[in-house]
Design a protein around this ligand. Structure first.
Ligand code: NAD
Ligand code: USQ
Length: 425
């Protein structure tokens, strides 16, 4: 009797999950985490990120294996198969629908977008590609879920950048919805609105359009949707990807795809000055890749009710200025900090306070920058530093035409020597 009960619990737990973009930096460790936790996982990816590596002449610092080798290795280690479909969700909507009908997932986790702000600003072609890929992909997915007639919980990876990093000093950014008071004929009425969007790149703009698509399909078709407004992810390995060298996660360090903290850690490992853009007063929200995968599991396990509005979580664990991050990395590594002309059009400094109670209340125990993990990432970077293409470290995308003409990516100041000098933000 006891055995049957246990078996039933296991059957109940084996939720089917479809992961779109499951070959990427966040998608791959998420697929392994969920598979390892007893979910039945399938991956869809068009491998566009690997093609972009070729375009930019810069591969992941870590030697990632082909998707086939990755999946074979995971099957050998865990005994769990993860089916894979090579499919473009922005251009193959019928095949996407067919995959959904075949796999019948209870949840879909959607990572499958072009995610680099600098890449999205590189040229008119890159702007068009990012909008076409991200907006069509999301709309194709929503339309396919409706068409399938299945009750599927969609979990999407959004970004903190939809809010614009704290427009009102002293106001904490709420989780998606802003309570407002509107003056009416009957007096002041209270309501919630989606937090006003304030994107800082074409990439971030696509995420604000995603938000509106979610709002509409939820209102019109009662789709169950969770949108995770994630901060900048750092780190490389999770317990699952660390189990075998062939499972290693990707590590981007180039001026387009490398995110700031991983770039600094890698720069420290190879003896390159830390590339602080502008004043370094920009505050951003951060999360370690281990917490990314935990948060996604929590989101999958806590779907919104059938008639609930879009659920929005702020998926961040801490906030830092870029200068503070550089100083932390310099302290553990002895690296030199240098300021470069900012290739972006962004505020030279900002305060950023973020509500993040929802994941905490679901039991997230956040990993922080001070827990030895910085050293772990430097070690990974040390191990693979021979693979680094030095010429790809400095930024090559500019936000405006004036910056393209103006800037040659050169350092403007070394703050280790003259901290007081004022540089353009
Ligand atoms: P990534 O580029 O490493 O992974 C994205 C994956 O999606 C890639 O494997 C790519 O080949 C695939 N893909 C892209 N377009 C596709 C399409 N049309 N059809 C099928 N597959 C497609 O990016 P990531 O860092 O893993 O980010 C995943 C998601 O998380 C993105 O939506 C991003 O906006 C969001 N996010 C990332 C970060 C971060 O710091 N990395 C922070 C906040 C939010
Ligand atoms: N920066 C530097 N030096 C560098 C690289 C970046 O000073 O070498 C600065 C940038 O100017 C910016 C900040 O660091 O002010 C963050 O840049 P980033 O490249 O780490 O992050 P961003 O472009 O915002 O994009 C990343 C992910 C994106 C995700 C976003 C979350 O690539 O997918 O949506 O982080 S957030 O920033 O919270 O919007």
């Amino acid at each position: 009797m006891q055995q049957i009960k246990i078996l039933m619990v296991e059957v109940e737990m084996a939720k089917r999950i479809l992961i779109l973009g499951g070959d990427g930096f966040c998608g791959w460790p998420t697929a392994l985490r969920l598979s390892g936790q007893g979910f039945e996982v399938a991956i869809i990816d068009n491998l566009s990120r690997r093609n972009i590596d070729n375009e930019l002449c810069c591969e992941s610092l870590t030697p990632i294996q082909s998707i086939r080798t990755r999946l074979q290795t995971w099957a050998e280690i865990s005994g769990k198969e993860i089916p894979f479909s090579h499919l473009d969700i922005a251009r193959q909507p019928e095949q996407l629908l067919a995959s959904i009908k075949t796999w019948q997932p209870e949840a879909i986790v959607h990572f499958a977008e072009q995610r680099a702000a600098p890449y999205s600003m590189k040229s008119a072609w890159h702007k068009r590609y990012t909008v076409d890929n991200n907006v069509s992909g999301t709309n194709n997915l929503l339309a396919a879920i409706v068409e399938s007639g299945l009750d599927i919980h969609l979990v999407h990876l959004g970004t903190m950048g939809v809010y614009g990093y704290g427009r009102v000093d002293g106001a904490s950014i709420p989780e998606g919805y802003l309570p407002v008071k509107i003056e009416t004929e009957m007096g002041w009425q209270e309501t919630d609105i989606l937090h006003p969007a304030d994107p800082g790149s074409v990439y971030h703009t696509t995420k604000t359009i995603d938000q509106l698509l979610f709002y509409f399909y939820n209102k019109n078709d009662n789709l169950r949707i969770t949108d995770l407004h994630q901060g900048v992810v750092w780190g490389t390995q999770t317990p699952e990807t660390a189990q075998h060298p062939a499972l290693i996660n990707r590590f981007d360090y180039d001026g387009d795809y490398g995110t700031v903290l991983n770039r600094f850690l890698m720069q420290a490992a190879i003896g390159h000055p830390l590339t602080v853009y502008g004043s370094g007063g920009q505050t951003r929200a951060f999360i370690h890749i281990r917490d990314t995968v935990r948060c996604i599991q929590l989101a999958v396990e806590h779907p919104p009710a059938a008639d609930a509005r879009v659920e929005i979580f702020n998926q961040v664990t801490e906030t830092w200025t870029i200068a503070e991050l550089a100083e932390k990395v310099a302290r553990i590594s002895g690296a030199e900090i240098r300021r470069y002309q900012n290739p972006r059009k962004e505020a030279a400094q900002n305060k950023l306070v973020v509500d993040r109670d929802k994941f905490m209340s679901l039991g997230l125990n956040p990993t922080t920058l001070d827990q030895g993990l910085l050293g772990e990432v430097v070690e990974i970077a040390q191990r693979y530093k021979e693979r680094c293409v030095i010429e790809r470290i400095l930024p090559s995308s500019r936000w405006t035409k004036a910056q393209q003409l103006d800037s040659d990516g050169q350092a403007v100041e070394n703050p280790n020597h003259s901290r007081s000098k004022n540089v353009a933000g």
